[in-house]
Every structure is written in structure tokens, then in C-alpha cells.
Write a protein that binds this ligand. Sequence first.
Ligand SMILES: Cc1ncc(COP(=O)(O)O)c(C=O)c1O
Length: 382
Amino acid sequence: MYNKFETLCVHGDVHRQPDANRAISYPIYQTASFSHIKLGHNQSGFDYSRESNPTRSYLEETLASLEGAADALAFSSGMAAISVCFEAFKPGDHIICTDDLYGGAVRLFKLISEKNGYEIEYVDTGDEERIKEKIRPETRAIYVETPSNPMLHVTDIRRTAEIAHENNALLIVDNTFLSPYFQNPLALGADIVVHSGSKFLAGHNDTICGFLCTADEERAKNYRLLAKTTGAALAPFDSWLVLRGIKTLALRQRKQEENAGRLVCWLKEREEVEEVFYLGLPEHKGYELNKKQARGFGSMISFKVKNEEIALRLLKNVRLITFAESLGGVESLLTYPKVQTHPDVPENVRQKLGIDEKLLRLSVGIEDAEDLINDLRQAFEK
Ligand SMILES: Cc1ncc(COP(=O)(O)O)c(C=O)c1O
């Protein structure tokens, strides 16, 4: 009955039994282990916190309800979530990935997945013909970021899910950039959603976490076994931090999007700026498609300045906006993808995608938009 997004963010599942002491803020079960009443019987289904913990379970249930998932697992990082997702494949499996992908995922696929005998191929997943050309009998999954990091390319989730399913493969979507507030890939046909929860979900640049959400309970059981075995579960205190962050997810995302719109208009007028990439710009290649599958544009902006000197000047001179990796939190962060987030992407691929010395990525926070504009102005003009 009380199932609207904002309500779920604040209360999780309202039909859940209250905490034994009726605490409003869900308690942090800071324990490694749980006592057994007798052999084979534990009181509430909890044994050992690597496997499950009440604070983490509460968070997982909350995220499952926000993503419309059968189950969601919380990990100690987004990379840990993606790693477990990929542990389920077998040697010889072929996986097609978006070419514009977070650099850490590219590094994982290169260092670990290839060693495990998977074949990973990169393609512009915004073009369904390119995907179809790459499909083979051994293709087990299509892995996409939409919008992608950092170029904000958009992939058609519905159509890509159809192509995957016609070929007996899964569609995995990294939903970090829009979060469930703006986009629910499972409702559009995707099988699995991964998140860097360190970003919009936690929202305060104060913890690292990841999620693996699935529409299928059997698959979820296998992921739980793999997660318990590999052991990168989210700790109770961090689970609580993320739960607290999620309570204001909707408020933050609305304010961040509003700020991003103002900054985009301002950046477009600056003579130092060559091009602005933002999902809310009608001239953005993915504008119409994103409008069909998402409920907003988010607050990630990438932009190219006219030369490297201007890019370095901005990074050096911003004061309110912080020159730092990461995104999605209440503080605005400015990142230099070529060096910070995408150094493991081969140079020729970076050049092809446009991840060069002129590209900056701005994650817009919840500060006053005028203050953010003034900060960028003084950084450009210093
Ligand atoms: C789109 C995307 N996916 C996954 C990750 C990895 O997440 P984490 O840093 O939480 O391990 C990141 C990190 O920046 C990201 O931007």
C-alpha cells in the first residue's frame, strides 16, 4: 500500500516487523557472529556476518524494493558486486560490453575475467546492429552502463534485453549514474543491475559500497553462495550509513538535477568550453532514448574545454568544487577521467571515445547553484 519511491527510501518495507526495541533508526548489529540455541537452530536466521547480518539485510531489502528486484546483495564496493556477478560465468563464455565503461570495470575484465577464460568484447551498445554483429553461440551476457561513464552514451535497455534474451544471454546494467530514482532497468527487461552504491545511493562521499540486484530468485541464491564464498560483504556500520543516505535519495537527486541544469546552461555560454555532454540537452545523441527509459537526466556533466591548459587551470583553481575522484555525493566533485578514472582504458580506445586531455567530468552536488557557478567562473578566470 505505501509503496511510493520516496516512502520506500525513508521506511524500506513498511510491513516489516519493527526492531525488537522499536528503534526508529534501524540498529547497527555490530557483531561478527550470532549464538545458536541448539545444533542446527539459530534464532533469527543469522549465523555469521560474512554471510548475513540484520543491518545489511535491512539495506538489501530496501534496495530490492527501490529496484523492483527479487533480491539485492550489498558488497563492500561496486567492484566487489561486479566481481561476484562475473564469478558466475564459466571459461569459454563470451561477454559483450559497452565500449565507454568505468575504467575500473575494464581493469577487472582485463586482469581477472580474461584470466578466468572469459572473452570480453567492447562495442558501442548504443547501436543495436553492432551488438548483433558480435553475438555468438557462447555469448552469455551483454554488460552496459547507461548512461556510460564518462561520455554519457545511452543504450536502449528494452531492445538490448530483447536481443540478449533471443540469444540466451543476460542483460546486466550498471545503474550507478541515474540510480533507481531515475531509472529501473529490471522493469525494462534487464536481468541484473549493479551499482556503485558509493555514489548516489550512499550520497555523502563517506563510504564505499556496491549492489547486485536480480530479477530471478534462483540466480540470487547462486550470487549469495558466491558472495559468502568470496567474502566482500558490506560491514554493519557501512550498511547503516548507506541506509541513512538512501532516506534522502529523492530529495538529493532532485536538487542535484536542478543544479546540473543551471550549470550546463552556464557552461555552454563560456568561450573556454568546446562541448558540453549532458543527458538533458536536446542535442545530446541519447536525449530522446533516455527520456523513454528514464525519469530524468541526473546530475553528471562531462565537458570539453578548448585545451589542456584550461583543463588543468580549472582543476587547480576550483575551491568550493573539489578536484577528486567519485561522484553522486552532496559535495560537487570535478574529475579528470583520462588520468583519474580511465587510465586503464587503452590510449587508442580513450582517443576514439574522446576521453582526452580536454575532458572534465563534473558531479554536481546540492550546494547553491550560484555559488557553484561563481566558483567555476573564478577558476576559469584566475
Ligand atoms: C559506473 C561505475 N560503476 C562501478 C564503479 C565501481 O564502484 P566502487 O568505486 O564503489 O567500487 C564506479 C566507480 O567509480 C562507477 O563509476
